[in-house]
Design a protein around this ligand. Structure first.
Ligand SMILES: [Zn+2]
Length: 382
């Protein structure tokens, strides 16, 4: 039912518009123009002010032709990671890829294109649908910040779909909670050759702490990572400062709490091991810690209306879909937290956040078919 040629050209057009996080204005204006041509009522919210972006989330309302149908929510994010400027997409063997020097940006331009194509098809073919409510978000890649700052009162929908994962064979209904952990380890600076006994190496303290941490996959629903470590100035200076940034995630709040406590304790224990008495004066290593909830877990029931609608759509189209838990967070985490049942349908994007990223066209079209069928089923779901 969808037009493959049109959706393919559209996603290529979107990919060619640079839209790194906080710089989504150009793509936002393009989407706004296209949605207005379809009769959409559009505005940018003021999330940009909270997150220092050059435009807010684009909120779109599109009136349905079935007045008694329940409203339906859709979302995809407008920003991409880097390297993502001057992307040159090309089609090869059923996939779209970049020239290998940049990411492709099918994360999440494939989601944007699926939404626009499905809405176009609904309008053109006058298919039954209720009121559609859409959020094209900013700053997903830097902590789901657009969705975090969205005012849910803009929407009347009780449920919907985010299009931002890898395969339409999967429907993500569970995502973990995540904590960001930041430690600033302070040692004591000294000349490494002249008076090393006066120094405490922040690098040694930090490395001892990290080597004692349980990291990586902790269990089937819990992970942890130290992703950034910075410190040191020169070989002849005992370093007095190291900055460490990491994260922990779990589908289980208690396990997440335990993991965070464990990581904090490793830092504290290492700091306690490096206290120094020099000429009667005791001084030692210190650590500052900053621990912040990045997002809360989501857990949509397999019996929820939206999950059932997608399942029914997939059956009607004779595809298969599996309900899964993801190890990653997405904008749907915040929509769920704000009270909307939101699942995440994949669009065919692969190897995202690398220069090898590609979009499988067959899966991309399939996601659009599933979405279109789900929305028309919703028109009759009283
Ligand atoms: Zn994404």
């Amino acid at each position: 039912m969808i037009e493959k040629q049109r959706i393919t050209e559209y996603v290529m057009d979107l990919i060619r518009i640079d839209s790194l996080s906080r710089k989504e204005k150009d793509i936002g204006l393009k989407l706004k123009k296209d949605m207005e041509e379809m009769g959409g009522e559009c505005f940018f919210d003021d999330a940009d002010k909270s997150v220092n972006a050059n435009v807010g989330n684009l909120i779109v309302k599109l009136e349905g032709n079935k007045t008694n149908a329940r409203p339906f929510f859709l979302s995809a994010h407008m920003d991409t990671v880097g390297p993502g400027e001057g992307i040159k997409p090309r089609i090869e063997d059923g996939v779209i890829k970049s020239d290998g020097t940049t990411i492709l940006g099918s994360d999440d331009k494939s989601g944007l294109a699926v939404i626009v194509e499905v809405l176009r098809t609904l309008k053109e073919k006058n298919l039954p649908h209720g009121n559609m409510e859409i959020a094209f978000t900013i700053c997903e890649e830097i902590g789901l910040l657009g969705a975090k700052h969205i005012d849910i009162k803009n929407f009347r929908s009780k449920y919907g779909i985010v299009l931002d994962s890898s395969s339409p064979s999967h429907l993500v209904i569970k995502c973990p909670s995540a904590e960001k952990l930041e430690f600033k380890v302070h040692g004591l600076e000294a000349h490494a050759g002249v008076c090393p006994e006066k120094g405490i190496s922040a690098i040694k303290v930090a490395s001892e702490a990290i080597s004692n941490m349980r990291l990586g996959r902790i269990d089937f629903e819990t992970t942890a990572n130290i992703g950034v470590i910075r410190g040191g100035l020169a070989t002849n200076i005992i370093p007095n400062y190291v900055h460490i940034i990491g994260e922990a995630r779990s589908h289980n709040e208690e396990k997440l709490r335990n993991q965070v406590e464990h990581m904090r304790k490793c830092i504290q224990d290492a700091v306690n091991n490096y206290q120094l008495t020099h000429e009667g004066k005791t001084s030692g290593a210190k650590a500052e810690e900053y621990i912040e909830r990045t997002y809360d877990r989501m857990d949509v029931s397999s019996e929820s209306t939206v999950t059932k609608l997608v399942n029914e759509a997939v059956r009607n189209l004779r595809y298969d879909i599996e309900l899964i838990a993801s190890g990653g967070g997405c904008d749907a985490n915040f929509f769920n937290k704000k009270g909307m049942d939101c699942v995440n349908l994949g669009t065919g994007m692969k190897d995202i956040h690398t220069v090898n990223e590609y979009l499988v066209l067959e899966e991309f079209y399939r996601a659009a078919d599933i979405l279109l069928e789900t929305i028309t089923l919703n028109a009759y779901n009283q």
